[in-house]
Design a protein around this ligand. Structure first.
Ligand code: ADP
Ligand code: ASP
Ligand code: MG
Length: 616
């Protein structure tokens, strides 16, 4: 949805002698990132875009970021003074970057002969919680913005900032201006939210790393959510949670060209392709807690310690206990490693684990696509491509629409290029899905109540569904020699036997050996065991272990991973019910756990009770 061609509706119509509320003029939110306001010329260019949109008959809200690399400079300044700046003061400092931009933008608009008003987060009434440097929006008041818009002004909102209940300035986390923009678009029921940046749109991967990357025309909310969290820095992931929750159509486009950009909405660009994009988090660290007694509550002890420090964990893999002990591996951002290790030390002691190990030289590569939910062999294709380049896979997790692997950091860029090529992401998909813009109806009567309850929750967690699938079985191959190509080989042989694999996890085991678990339909188990046993013999490894009936419980919603306590609550309620978790896989929209098949129903009930307060 572009600004062009929108008919100009009547505003301030006199009805029965009274001034009718000015309701019909469409609102457009335009967000300008750091590079788009990096100097005075760029600020003036952005101002002209907003004025143009206003002259086309829209009310315009601009959201602006700090100029250029100002936020980085402010962070460096703080670091020159101390390694551990108080988070509250960090927010006080960082919020100034945006305050400079909004003031200059308002001046630019005035200089071009139009009316504008700049507002800080506090002046608007963007109320957040008190988690400094990663605050979440609790409520937004629209009064002041609406009043200014109705006075014909362009409203310029400072991105990335808010205020808590005690009037402390807060910030939303790096890249958070996107979230301010989409949140404002949601509460103002804007026609569209345009994100102006330094690239033409959302590419199949970061075009700075892979020049062959293609600019997509459209991407689905869930795909963008996964990509954003998997490292695609073009959008702040929480902004997409807002967009999805309130069906805000978001368009990502260039500040410097008129290219149409990428629309982020409900529907994907093409239905037939398994992968729409690839992403990388270069600086990850892997932590493994070794020799955890295999009993309910192990995953919980770790996730709750991490959650208490606000550290997001990813790729949690629990090796199904050989010898009555389990190893639990997971990844964190490398910057979080020192804090994570402190937390792990406590968890390991509490669990009476044998110890823990870590590796801070790893990177995470992910591929994402709604299409992979209905296609087979996608993971195998990725693993094979990496194997052919001699890149060893250290960890694997899969969810319905994402496959992530951990590799050594020195291979990260090559791995990203390799998977991009393997899925031919540089090529335009042949069957492009082009019905409408894929946006869901925004205000239909049937979802008004739902929308109202969502508005009340703002960035709060929403659980849409909790499901049980007890039709699967699990196979685990243990102590595989840790060398390139093994995961691909196991999966290729399974596929050759005509067996479809659902979840796959692999983690680093003892002495550099790898353990690979996957789930298959129960009827396929004997054949899967036969194939993996033969393979284990050929590789001189112990025979595979298996479980004839497992239950997969899925908690599905918005914010399940960005709210770090969801996994924690899941593990807590299952542990309280005496249920042990075998496999865990997390994504932005879903957390899956595999438990013993006999416990499925009880597990489902435990989870439904646990999340009753956030089910919508
Ligand atoms: P802004 O300051 O406008 O918010 P960002 O730097 O946050 O801009 O985001 C734009 C950058 O994101 C691009 O310059 C690009 O290098 C990077 N990027 C990473 N992944 C992608 C992707 N999949 N598509 C487009 N850009 C990406
Ligand atoms: N200025 C902040 C940052 O650099 C917020 C943003 O640009 O979105 O992270
Ligand atoms: Mg950004």
């Amino acid at each position: 949805m572009t600004t062009g061609g929108t008919p100009v509706p009547l505003v301030n119509t006199l009805v029965n002698g009274l001034l009718a509320p000015p309701t019909t003029m469409p609102i457009i939110v335009q967000k300008f990132g750091g590079t788009s306001v990096a100097d005075s010329q760029k600020i003036l260019a952005a101002a002209r875009k907003a004025i143009r949109a206003q002259m086309e008959g829209n009310q315009v809200v601009m959201v602006v970021s700090a100029m250029g690399k100002n936020t980085d400079l402010l962070i460096d300044l703080a670091r020159e003074i101390t390694d551990e700046p108080p988070a509250r003061e960090m927010d006080m400092l960082l919020s100034t970057g945006e305050q400079v931009s909004v003031a200059l933008m308002a001046m630019a608009i005035h200089s071009l002969g139009h009316e504008a008003i700049s507002l800080t987060g506090a002046q608007i009434g963007i109320v957040t919680d008190s988690t400094h440097t990663k605050a979440r929006i609790r409520s937004i008041s629209t009064e002041r913005i609406r009043q200014a818009l109705d006075e014909g002004k362009i409203v310029i909102a400072a991105g990335f900032q808010g205020i808590d209940e005690a009037f402390n300035i807060t910030t939303l986390g790096r890249g958070g201006s996107d979230t301010t923009a989409v949140a404002l678009a949601a509460v103002l029921k804007a026609e569209s939210c345009e994100i102006y940046t330094d690239v033409d749109g959302v590419y199949t991967t970061d075009p700075r790393i892979v020049p062959e990357a293609r600019c997509t025309r459209r991407i689905a909310y869930d795909e963008m959510l996964e990509l954003a969290s998997a490292g695609a820095g073009v959008m702040h992931n929480r902004s997409i949670e807002f967009a999805k929750k309130f069906s805000v159509p978001v368009r990502v486009r260039s500040s410097f060209s008129d290219a149409p950009g990428t629309i982020i909405t409900r529907e994907p660009e093409a239905l037939g392709v398994p992968v729409c994009g690839a992403a990388m988090v270069k600086n990850e660290a892997r932590i493994t807690v070794l020799g955890v007694p295999d009993r309910p509550g192990a995953a919980l002890a770790i996730s709750s310690k991490m959650g208490a420090q606000n550290i997001a964990t990813d790729m949690i893999v629990q090796n199904v206990g050989a010898r009555g002990h389990a190893d639990i591996s997971f990844t964190v951002f490398r910057d979080d490693l020192p804090a994570a290790l402190k937390a792990v030390e406590q968890a390991a002691a509490e669990l009476e684990a044998e110890g823990y190990s870590h590796d801070d030289q790893v990177a995470k590569i992910s591929v994402v696509g709604l299409g992979m939910a209905t296609q087979t062999g996608v993971a195998e294709r990725m693993f094979r491509a990496l194997a052919e380049k001699g890149i060893n896979i250290l960890m694997i997790t899969t969810s319905e629409i994402k496959i992530s692997v951990v590799v050594e950091r020195r291979f990260a860029q090559e791995a990203l290029r390799t998977v991009h090529e393997a899925f031919q992401l540089d090529q335009e998909p042949t069957e492009v899905h082009s019905e409408g813009d894929g946006a869901a109806p925004r205000s239909s009567a049937e979802n008004t109540a739902q929308l109202a309850s969502r508005i009340e929750r703002m960035e709060g967690l929403i659980i849409e569904d909790i499901t049980l699938d007890d039709s699967q079985a699990r196979v685990t191959t243990v102590d595989l020699p840790d060398m390139p190509g093994l995961a691909a080989q196991v999966l290729a042989e399974i596929a050759e036997a005509g067996i479809v694999v659902d979840m796959i996890v692999q983690s680093i085991g003892r002495e550099g050996h790898a353990n690979l678990s996957f789930t298959v339909a129960q009827k396929d188990l004997p054949e899967a065991i036969r194939v993996t046993t033969e393979l284990a013999e050929a590789l001189n490894c112990p025979p595979p272990t298996s479980c004839p009936k497992v239950a997969k419980l899925s908690v599905f919603g918005i914010g399940v991973r960005s709210h770090t306590d969801v996994a924690d609550r899941m593990f807590r309620s299952l542990a309280a019910a005496g249920i042990n978790v075998d496999i865990i896989s997390t994504s932005e929209v879903r957390i899956n756990v595999v438990i013993d098949g006999q416990q499925g129903q009880r597990g489902l009930e435990a989870l439904k009770r646990e999340f009753a307060d956030v089910m919508v």
